[in-house]
Ligand binder design. Structure first.
Ligand code: ADP
Length: 620
C-alpha cells in the first residue's frame, strides 16, 4: 500500500525530467492522471482502515479490495500510456510488471479478466493512433514518423507481442504462486504433525515425571487417566486391571467418565469377547459405539453419549495386566497414530503400575516387620525388667550374703541385662518411628531449653569419667521445627557416644549456632575417632567399629541409625568428620520452625563439616 503513494510524485518528476530533456509531454493531462491516482489512493486508504479489524483481514472483502486496486491501477497505467506516446511509449513495459503483480495478488479469473481488458484497451489505443485520433508527441514521435502501412503492421506485431507477454507473465506467476501455495500447505501440514508429535512427547515426558513421584497405585492411576484425557483431548480415559487369575477385569480408575461407569463394574472376561480379545494382546478401535453389540456395558456408553472408543492391553514383558481405554463423544475419533501413541504410553503405564504395586508390597512388608519388631521387643522387655528386679534383690544381699566372685558374676549379668534392655528400647524406638514417620512438623523446640537439658543430663557423667564437657548455645537462637523429646534423643545419642569413646582427660564440646535459616549442632570430641574404612557404614543398623568394641564392650550399634532416622524425618542433614586417634565431629543441621518444609534439606552451606576438624583442634 505504501509504495503507491510514490506514483504521483514519480509522474511529477517524469514531467519535469521530460521538460528538461526537451520532450513535448502533455503535462496537464499527466498531472490529471497523477491527481486521479492520488484520489483513488486516498479512497483505498480510507477502505483499508477497515482491515485494521482482524476479522476483515482475510476473506471476500479483502479480495474485492485487491481487485479494485488492480483495476484502477490498470486504468491509470492505460491513461499514462495514452498520454505519453501511445503504444510506442516506454511506459507499456510497466504492463508486464503490473500483470505479474495482478497474477500474484488476484485469483486466476480476475487476473485473466483484467488482462483481457488491458489488451482490449491497448488494441483500442493502437486503433486510435492508426486513425490519427491521438496526436503525436515527444515519447511517441518515433512511431508517428513511420509510414502508415508499415505502422499498421508494426502496431499489430507490437500488440501481439505485448498481449503474449502479458498472458505469459500472468500464467507463469500464477503457476509459481500455486507451487508456492502447495509448498506452504505441505509445510503447514508437517508443522501441524510436528506440533502434534511434540505435544504427545510432552505428555509422555510429563507423565513419566509425574509417575516418578507417584508411588501408590491410586496416585499412579489418577495421574495416568488425567494426563491422557488432557493429552488426547477426549472425554475420558479408564484403566481396568486384570485379576491375578486372569478371570475378571476391575475398573480401577477413570477420568471424565460418569460415576456409573466404574462403580462396582467388574467385567467377566469369559462373558466379554471384546475384552477377551484385548487381553489376548489385540487393540480395539471403533468410531461408532452404538452400532457395536460387543460391549458388556453398552447402555452406559450410550448414556454417556460416547461414540468412539479405543482399548489397548497393558502389556508388561508379554504379560497383560489390564486394559487402557480412551472414550470420545465424536464419531471416528481414533486413528492409527492414536493407537501407536497409546500403545507406547501403555507400556510406560504398565511399568508404573507394576512399580506402584511393588512399592506397596514393600511398604506392607516394612509395616509387618516394624509390627513384628515391636511385638518381640515388647514381649522381651517384661521378663528382662523382672530379671533386673530379681538381680537387685540378690545383689542387695536380701537372699543371703554373696562372696566377691558371686558379686562380680552378678554385676556382669546385670550389665548384660541392662544392655539388652537398652537394645530393646532402641529397637522399639526405630520400629515406632518408622511406623509413625515422626515428622512432628507442627511442634517447635526452644534451643535454649534443649541446651539446658543436655547440660544437666551429661555434666555428671562426663565429670565421672573426667572428660571436659562444654555446651555452648547462644540465647537468641530461633525455635527449631520438631518435638523437644525427639531432638533431645538425637543429641543424647551423639553426646553419649562422644563421652563413651573419649578417654579420660579428653574433651567433648557441643556447640549450637545458626546458619542460613537452620540451627547447626556440632558435637566434637577428642576420642578414638572412626577408622576411615568404616565411615561409609556409620549410620547402618548394628554397625560398630572394631576400635569402639575394644573401648566399650557394650553397645547396640543402633544409636546412630536412630540419629539418622530422626534427622531425616525432620528434613535436616547430618555429616561426620573423623580422624582415628584424633577425634570426631558430628554436624547436624535442622530447620527452624519458621523455615518452609522440605527446602531445609536442600539449602544451606555446601559442606557443613567445613572447618569441623579445625574446630576439633580448637576444642582440644
Ligand atoms: P554404639 O555406640 O552402641 O556402638 P552407635 O550406633 O551409637 O552404636 O554407634 C555406631 C558406631 O559408630 C560405634 O560403635 C562407633 O564405632 C562409631 N562411633 C559413633 N560415635 C563415635 C564417636 N564419637 N567416636 C568414635 N566412634 C564413634
Amino acid at each position: 500500500m505504501r509504495g503507491r503513494w510514490w506514483i504521483p510524485p514519480a509522474i511529477l518528476a517524469g514531467i519535469l525530467g521530460g521538460r528538461l530533456a526537451g520532450s513535448d509531454l502533455p503535462a496537464e493531462k499527466l498531472l490529471l492522471v497523477a491527481a486521479y491516482i492520488l484520489a483513488y489512493n486516498l479512497g483505498f486508504y480510507r477502505w483499508s482502515l477497515d482491515f485494521a479489524r482482524e476479522a476483515a483481514r482475510y476473506g471476500p472483502a479483502r479480495r474485492r479490495f485487491a481487485f479494485w486496486q488492480a483495476a484502477l491501477d490498470s486504468s491509470a497505467l492505460f491513461l499514462l500510456t495514452a498520454f505519453s506516446g501511445g503504444l510506442a511509449s516506454p511506459i507499456r513495459f510497466f504492463f508486464i510488471g503490473h500483470a505479474v503483480l495482478i497474477a500474484f495478488l488476484l485469483p486466476s479469473r480476475s487476473t485473466y479478466g483484467l488482462i483481457v481488458l488491458m489488451v482490449a484497451g491497448l488494441i483500442g489505443l493502437a486503433a486510435s493512433e492508426y486513425m490519427g485520433w491521438i496526436p503525436p508527441h515527444a515519447l511517441g514521435s518515433a512511431a508517428r514518423s513511420l509510414e502508415t502501412s508499415r505502422a499498421a503492421s508494426q502496431l499489430f506485431t507490437e500488440i501481439l507481442f505485448l498481449a503474449t507477454a502479458l498472458f505469459l507473465s500472468a500464467f507463469l506467476t500464477a503457476s509459481g504462486k500455486k507451487l508456492f501455495r502447495q509448498n506452504i500447505d505441505s509445510l503447514r501440514q508437517r508443522c501441524d504433525a510436528l506440533t502434534g508429535t511434540n505435544k504427545k512427547f510432552k505428555t509422555l515426558f510429563s507423565m513419566i515425571h509425574a509417575l516418578g513421584s507417584a508411588q501408590h497405585l491410586d496416585q499412579v492411576l489418577q495421574t495416568v487417566t488425567t494426563e491422557f484425557t488432557a493429552a488426547l483431548e477426549v472425554k475420558g480415559v479408564s484403566v481396568k486391571l486384570l485379576s491375578d487369575e486372569g478371570k475378571s477385569l476391575r475398573y480401577a480408575a477413570a477420568c471424565g467418565l460418569p460415576e456409573a461407569f466404574i462403580k462396582e463394574k467388574v467385567v467377566e472376561v469369559d462373558k466379554s469377547p471384546l475384552n477377551k480379545r484385548i487381553i489376548e494382546g489385540e487393540p480395539f478401535v471403533t468410531g461408532n459405539v452404538t452400532a457395536s453389540e460387543m460391549f458388556q456395558f453398552g447402555e452406559v456408553l450410550t448414556e454417556a453419549e460416547i461414540r468412539s472408543v479405543l482399548f489397548l492391553p497393558l502389556n508388561l514383558d508379554g504379560r497383560i495386566i489390564g486394559i487402557l481405554g480412551a472414550y470420545c463423544e465424536r464419531p471416528n475419533r481414533f486413528h492409527q497414530e492414536d493407537v501407536d501413541f497409546l500403545r507406547l504410553a501403555a507400556g510406560i503405564v504398565a511399568i508404573a503400575l507394576e512399580n506402584a504395586r511393588a512399592y506397596e508390597a514393600v511398604e506392607k512388608a516394612l509395616r509387618e516387620r516394624s509390627w513384628f519388631m515391636m511385638r518381640v521387643a515388647h514381649n522381651l522387655r517384661a521378663p528382662l525388667a523382672a530379671m533386673l528386679s530379681i538381680l537387685e534383690v540378690v545383689c542387695g544381699g536380701y537372699l543371703g550374703q554373696l562372696n566377691d566372685e558371686q558379686r562380680e558374676y552378678l554385676r556382669r549379668l546385670d550389665r548384660r541385662v541392662r544392655t539388652m534392655l537398652s537394645l530393646i528400647s532402641e529397637l522399639m524406638f526405630l520400629a515406632r518411628n518408622r511406623e509413625e514417620k515422626l515428622s512432628a512438623a507442627q511442634a517447635a523446640t526452644d534451643p535454649t531449653l534443649l541446651a539446658r537439658r543436655i547440660r544437666r543430663t551429661f555434666q555428671d557423667k562426663a565429670a565421672e569419667k573426667r572428660v571436659n564437657f562444654m555446651v555452648d548455645a547462644p540465647e537468641d537462637l530461633p525455635p527449631l521445627r520438631g518435638q523437644l523429646e525427639v531432638i533431645e534423643q538425637m543429641l543424647e545419642n551423639l553426646i553419649s557416644n562422644a563421652i563413651k569413646y573419649t578417654p579420660t582427660e579428653g574433651s567433648v564440646n557441643v556447640r549450637f549456632s545458626q546458619t542460613n535459616g537452620k540451627i547447626r549442632f556440632e558435637i566434637s570430641d577428642t576420642g578414638i575417632g572412626i577408622p576411615a574404612a568404616d565411615k561409609a557404614k556409620l549410620f547402618t543398623e548394628f554397625f560398630r567399629a572394631e576400635n569402639a568394641k575394644s573401648v566399650a564392650k557394650d553397645g547396640t550399634g543402633l544409636g546412630l541409625a536412630i540419629v539418622k532416622e530422626i534427622v531425616d524425618n525432620l528434613d535436616g542433614r547430618i555429616l561426620a568428620e573423623s580422624e582415628e586417634g584424633v577425634g570426631t565431629v558430628f554436624v547436624v543441621d535442622l530447620p527452624t520452625a519458621a523455615a518452609p518444609e522440605k527446602t531445609a534439606a536442600t539449602t544451606g552451606p555446601s559442606d557443613p563439616t567445613q572447618n569441623a576438624m579445625e574446630g576439633l583442634t580448637r576444642h582440644k
